[in-house]
Design a protein around this ligand. Structure first.
Ligand SMILES: [Zn+2]
Length: 261
């Protein structure tokens, strides 16, 4: 997987000077990066350079792709890769960006063998079998710029990619040891059930309701909260926070407030 030629090329890309224009785009559009320790910021820039060299981007629905769009997506995607051995989302080849929400034609079963053509309005999507991800640019930008609301489309979709890399989309990414798998299953299983109950009873949670859909959505939603509502997540769900901290090898609750330094 990590062949020598590829890893040397990546090393070269990471060592190249990071374009000022890209840095300014990240500062403007992805303010969470300002909260990272300086060495993490450098690591992130290196990952962004590799990501942009390896992934194919396509504009759809009349969207003209710009470096701003590519860099804004890459910076968020690469936040999930810091500190870990990474193969840069190996299952994902291309990212298709729409200007806004887009409609996906779908078939809805009505029972009794009848089907109705239906349309789903989508903000973003990625799937286990496609090597593509679809994102709506307006939601991407909104999610990136509001860094404390626990909603971030790009972090959500890329968390799904990490899940897929480990095989089934079941809410468990590749972990380091059997002990880590055991505690992940115990903690995330219990937290998922708790969110389902809270959602049924209409009780608010740090975690978005959507995480009650299934364990894969739970992991994606928990990832959004981990990076964007870290202090609250750590206070209200300490065991969950700890599992995510161990997996991501990052501690966002300890980051600065993001004020310019
Ligand atoms: Zn999802």
């Amino acid at each position: 997987m990590f062949d020598l030629f590829k890893s040397r090329k990546r090393e070269r890309l990471r060592a190249e000077p990071f374009p000022d224009e890209w840095r300014r785009t990240i500062e403007r559009n992805v303010p969470i990066v300002r909260r990272l320790p300086p060495q993490d910021r450098q690591e992130l820039f290196g990952h962004v350079a590799v990501f942009l060299a390896e992934k194919h981007f396509d504009g759809a629905g009349g969207l003209e792709l710009t470096d701003e769009i590519r860099v804004t997506i890459a910076a968020q995607a690469c936040l999930l890769l810091l500190h870990r051995d990474t193969d840069y989302y190996p299952l994902l080849k291309s990212i298709i960006v729409y200007p806004s929400t887009y409609v996906v034609p779908g078939d809805q079963p009505l029972g009794g063998g009848l089907w109705e053509e239906g349309d789903d309005v989508m903000l973003g999507h990625t799937s286990h079998r496609l090597s593509a991800m679809v994102l709506a640019w307006d939601s991407t930008l909104h999610g990136a710029r509001s860094m404390s609301d626990g909603e971030n489309l790009v972090l959500h979709e890329f968390a799904h990619q990490l899940d897929f890399e480990a095989g089934d989309a079941n809410g468990t990414p590749a972990l380091g040891s059997n002990a880590q798998y055991a505690s992940w299953a115990r903690v995330l299983g219990a937290e998922y059930e708790a969110l389902r109950r809270a959602s049924e009873e209409g009780r608010p949670s740090v975690l978005d309701d959507y995480g009650a859909e299934d364990p894969a959505e739970f992991f994606a939603v928990a990832t959004e909260a981990f990076f964007e509502r870290a202090v609250e997540l750590r206070a209200k769900h300490p065991a969950l926070y700890e599992e995510l901290r161990a997996f991501y090898e990052q501690d966002p609750a300890g980051w600065t407030t993001g004020e310019p330094t």
